[in-house]
Design a protein around this ligand. Structure first.
Ligand code: ATP
Ligand code: MG
Length: 251
């Protein structure tokens, strides 16, 4: 199967400090790829390069190529807003918009010009179901989103991304502020979503990495140490540094 995303010899610098060093990594479709490793290893930077969120950061430089479906996302003429619709991103802290549950999910689709009420209701239900939140909020669609629990708010943020019908979902430590039950619900939602989407997640712990990874990529100080199917990486890592990290010898 063709990789959905390819990093080809990507190096990235903030000023003259390298954040990524010659990273070559293929991310397959319809699977969960975990990007993990110690703080400062370049995980967030790697995610942000996929949908060009780092474009506005001053004084940076990239070499190498990032491909989405074989197309260079940094090629001249790329429609960046469209790229960002195709590649949704969910952050560590759930940040619902002011307004109701319904308004949160439908903000993007309305901005994209969808006016048909039936179509909007369909998007609302579909997105909330995909984010494993529908049953909990179907009677509270017109309540302020701020009244949801933290775990529900994070799934609402996932639903908001899904309402734009992305192809790729990037999640940067999406459960770092959540209790274990809410974390479990977000992880369950991801297991459902992977059948339709390409998912790249920075986990908040090695345990979570091992639980959710179809593929796992270990990053250390900007270097991709290894990438393997999760069941292999977490049982028989190829590199000593990976082994030391997953067994808790450092980190
Ligand atoms: N906007 C920025 N300006 C300058 N340096 C930055 C910027 N963002 C990140 N860096 C540096 O790039 C390196 C990689 O940072 P990045 O946030 O990608 O790491 P990370 O693996 O996501 O870390 P964490 O686990 O702490 O979230 C770090 O040394 C960081 O200080
Ligand atoms: Mg980070």
């Amino acid at each position: 199967m063709e990789p959905k995303i390819r990093f080809q010899n990507v190096s990235y610098f903030y000023g003259d400090r390298p954040a990524l060093r010659d990273v070559t990594l293929d991310i397959p479709p319809n699977a969960i790829t975990v990007v993990f490793g110690p703080a400062g290893g370049g995980k967030t930077t790697l995610l942000r390069l996929i949908n060009r969120l780092n474009d506005e950061v001053e004084g940076t430089r990239m070499t190498g190529r990032v491909l989405l479906d074989g197309q260079d996302v940094y090629a001249p003429g790329v429609d960046v807003p469209r790229l960002r619709r195709r590649v949704g991103m969910v952050f560590a802290l759930p940040l619902p918009l002011p307004g109701t549950v319904r308004e949160n999910v439908l903000y993007g689709p309305k901005l994209a010009g969808i006016r048909d009420r039936a179509r909007l209701e369909e998007i609302l239900e579909r997105s909330l179901r995909l984010a494993a939140l529908w049953d909990e909020v179907k009677d509270r669609l017109d309540d302020p989103a701020s009244r949801l629990s933290g775990g529900q708010q994070q799934r609402l943020c996932i639903a908001r991304s899904l309402a734009l019908e992305p192809e790729v979902l990037l999640l940067d430590e999406p459960t770092s502020g959540l209790d274990p039950i809410s974390t479990g619900k977000v992880e369950e939602a991801l297991q459902q979503l992977k059948h339709q989407y390409t998912i790249v997640i920075v986990p908040h712990s090695v345990q979570q990495a091992a639980r959710v990874a179809d593929y796992a990529a270990f990053f250390l100080m900007g270097e991709l140490v290894e990438c393997q199917p999760g069941r292999d990486l977490f049982t028989t890592p190829r590199d000593r540094r990976t082994e030391d990290y997953i067994t808790g010898r450092f980190g």
